[in-house]
Design a protein around this ligand. Structure first.
Ligand code: GRF
Length: 239
């Protein structure tokens, strides 16, 4: 099987991007290269992450009044040059147009901090809290024209607590996002996903889940260290 080459699109902090890089570095995520990061925002912290980890990175800012397609044509040129096979939206604040969706049909993934289809949009964690939901979580899905609406690959539930704040809930969900995104990418790279209309059939045969869980322990150990100072540490990492 040929290696999956990721083209990451991100606009902000870049913690999901970094978690993917960690998974690759720890040999948890296998057969996958982080080929290039493109940001639409020249001030995005995610560019520093790429720089520090020696990942080629570009800023492609939308020009004044430029339409989405023309902006994406410039992004696509970079992706094509780098042989990108799978596009990863990791906190990308722009809506992907039919142009890029057409170039990478069923090969663009997004992560969203709720259990879709509940709480689409920019304030998913706040909306879940205000609604009084008892469970939220994260969803990895293929991108479709409608935002936060494509076929779901995998989801992870995170219980909401009585005393929750948006920050605490967001952080507990983020810990799971960092684990879940790489799982979805590995399933894709292993050719275990089959899109059938709205549904994604996942082939977990031959102990895929068990082996993934075993391999991912190395990342979870690493993750534990990086969340040490956080107020959610006890809740998430207590055994
Ligand atoms: C994450 O919560 C992700 O689910 C959402 O945007 C946020 C990006 O965070 N789409 P980061 O830039 O990966 O830290």
């Amino acid at each position: 099987m040929s290696r999956e080459k990721l083209g990451i699109l991100a606009s902000g902090r870049g913690s999901n991007f970094e978690a993917i890089l960690d998974h690759i570095e720890l040999d948890v995520l296998q057969g996958v290269d982080a080929s290039v990061l493109v940001s639409d925002n020249p001030d995005a912290k995610t560019l520093e992450v790429a720089e520090n980890r020696n990942i080629s990175n570009y800023v492609v800012e939308p020009k004044n009044k430029e339409d989405r397609e023309v902006h994406e044509e410039r992004i696509y040129e970079i992706f094509r040059d780098k042989d990108v096979s799978l596009v990863i939206l990791a906190g990308y604040m722009r809506i992907v147009s039919p142009y890029l969706l057409g170039k990478y049909e069923e090969n663009i993934m997004n992560i969203h901090p709720s259990l879709l289809p509940a709480f689409k949009g920019m304030e998913a964690q706040k909306d879940a809290l205000e609604y009084g939901a008892k469970v939220s979580g994260c969803t990895v899905h293929y991108a479709w024209k409608e935002v936060d609406a494509g076929p779901i690959i995998t989801q992870k539930a995170v219980p909401i607590q009585e005393e929750d704040t948006v920050k605490k809930l967001s952080n507990r969900i983020l810990v799971q996002e960092h684990r879940t995104y790489s799982k979805a990418i590995q399933l894709h790279a292993d050719d275990r996903l089959e899109v059938d209309g709205r549904k994604v059939h996942v082939d977990y045969s031959d102990n895929w889940k068990k082996e993934w869980r075993k391999r991912q322990e190395a990342y979870i150990d690493h993750q534990k260290k990086s969340w040490k100072e956080s107020e959610i540490y006890e809740e998430v990492f207590k055994k």
